[in-house]
Design a protein around this ligand. Structure first.
Ligand code: HEC
Ligand code: HEC
Length: 277
């Protein structure tokens, strides 16, 4: 009797163990990989040119991609790179690593927001690189960065985060996940709006003491679709208002979104407000 009972228990245990190691058991859901921006052009160079505008490369590196002076007294010399020259100096793989990881072969980069680009689809990054490689060099090369005494103090105190460290700090952080239907918009918003409105999109104060705060983007639920399109395409907010930095960034960058991308971003932000009012 007892033996029989034990045998049944044993048999059940073996079955349970077998079930655990059953190869047909469903694997844990794989994290969805990055998605691509819409291919408004099948030509990678043109696709890369559009993305360079949407992602703000042309803002910081200037419209000709030929650099801007970011130096500050006490902090040292820092120019956003002359990308027309960098394109000839570095291989595709090196450029990619600088864009998505903030690492130059010889040193980490400073103030290059690679953290925004580390989640992009590799083919989209490759298109941006193809666009850079298609540029004829327009000199001069940007001056090499230096570290001034104030910056050195911040670095020594562990307060300054270079681009590669920022990528590590931001790893795994992204705007809220609202399911596969909103995955592309979530990624687009993470590479664009999150920079100023915060990774959680709940708004934040301006980094400039004079600047207006960046509002919580759940407010977009109250925007009529046509008004939202107009804001992104022309910089004019609902009620025909000019809204400072937002108007500028819309005209420079978001006017280059496709209609489908604008609609996806709006649907995502409206769903965010419904999901988490
Ligand atoms: C917020 C401003 C900003 C934005 C946006 C930005 N960059 Fe940069 N980038 C910089 C700065 C500043 C440097 C110089 C960093 C240094 O020398 O340490 C830099 C450096 C680089 C470098 C290194 C080049 C070299 O030869 O050292 C590459 C490549 C680069 N950026 C590509 C891009 C691309 C592509 C985009 C858009 C996807 C982009 N950047 C967007 C500010 C920016
Ligand atoms: C470079 C910083 C920056 C980026 C990037 C940015 N915004 Fe803004 N945004 C702002 C600032 C600053 C304001 C507040 C403007 C003001 O009232 O002066 C603002 C305001 C807004 C408003 C409120 C407009 C109103 O009716 O008053 C909306 C909506 C908005 N942003 C949406 C977006 C979306 C969507 C994205 C990404 C596609 C985005 N923003 C990216 C800086 C930014």
């Amino acid at each position: 009797m007892i033996i029989g009972r034990n045998r049944i228990v044993w048999a059940a245990l073996v079955l349970a163990l077998a079930a655990c190691s059953e190869p047909s058991e469903a694997p844990p859901a794989a994290a969805p990989g990055p998605l691509r921006f819409e291919l408004a052009s099948a030509d990678p160079v043109q696709h890369g040119e559009r993305l360079a505008k949407v992602l703000g490369c042309t803002g910081c590196h200037n419209d000709q991609l030929t650099r801007n002076d970011w130096s500050e007294p006490g902090y040292g010399t820092l120019w956003s790179a002359n990308l027309t020259c960098s394109a000839g100096r570095w291989s595709d793989a090196e450029l990619t690593q600088m864009i998505v990881a903030g690492e130059r072969p010889d040193r980490p980069l400073m103030e290059m927001p690679s953290t925004l680009f580390s989640g992009l689809h590799p083919d989209d990054v490759a298109a941006v690189v193809a666009y850079l490689k298609a540029q004829a060099p327009i000199g001069p090369v940007h001056p090499e960065a230096t570290i001034g005494p104030l910056l050195k103090k911040e670095i020594d105190a562990g307060e300054y985060r270079n681009s590669a460290q920022q990528v590590a700090d931001q790893a795994g952080k992204a705007p809220p996940d609202l399911g596969p239907d909103h995955a592309l918009a979530r990624q687009i918003v993470g590479a664009t709006c999150a920079e100023c409105h915060g990774t959680d999109l709940r708004g934040k104060p301006s980094s400039d003491p004079e600047g207006n705060p960046r509002p919580d983007l759940r407010m977009v639920a109250a925007y009529a679709p046509a008004d939202f399109t107009r804001l992104l395409r022309t910089g004019k907010a609902a009620g025909d208002r000019e809204v400072g930095l937002m108007s500028k960034v819309a005209r420079r960058r978001y006017a280059n979104f496709t209609d489908a991308e604008v609609a996806a971003v709006r649907a995502y932000l409206a769903e965010l407000a419904r999901h988490d009012p």
